[in-house]
Write a protein that binds this ligand. Sequence first.
Ligand code: SF4
Ligand code: SF4
Length: 87
Amino acid sequence: MAFTITDECIACGVCVPECPNSAIAEGDIYTIDPAVCTECYGYFDTQQCASVCPVDCCIPDENHKESKDELKEKALKAHPDKKDWKF
Ligand code: SF4
Ligand code: SF4
C-alpha cells in the first residue's frame, strides 16, 4: 500500500530527497501521491520517508492497500528501465 503523511508533519522536508519515486510534495503538511508511492518497492527494504522522518508521521495508507504484485507493477511502470530488477 502507499504511505501517507499525518498532520503531525512539521514540514522539515528531509523526506523529499529520499523518495525514489518523487512522490512527496511540499506544503504546510507534506503529502504523498498514492498513485506514485510504491512503498520504495524495488529500491529499499524499508520505507525511506518513514525511516528519516523525525516525528514518525509517515504511515501506511489504509485507504490505498496494494499487493506486492501491484506494487511491483507500479514500480516497473514508473521505472521501465529497471526491468532487470530482482524483486
Ligand atoms: Fe516515497 Fe518510499 Fe515514502 Fe512511498 S514509502 S513516499 S516511495 S519514500
Ligand atoms: Fe513532514 Fe516527516 Fe517529511 Fe519532515 S520528514 S516533511 S515531518 S513527513
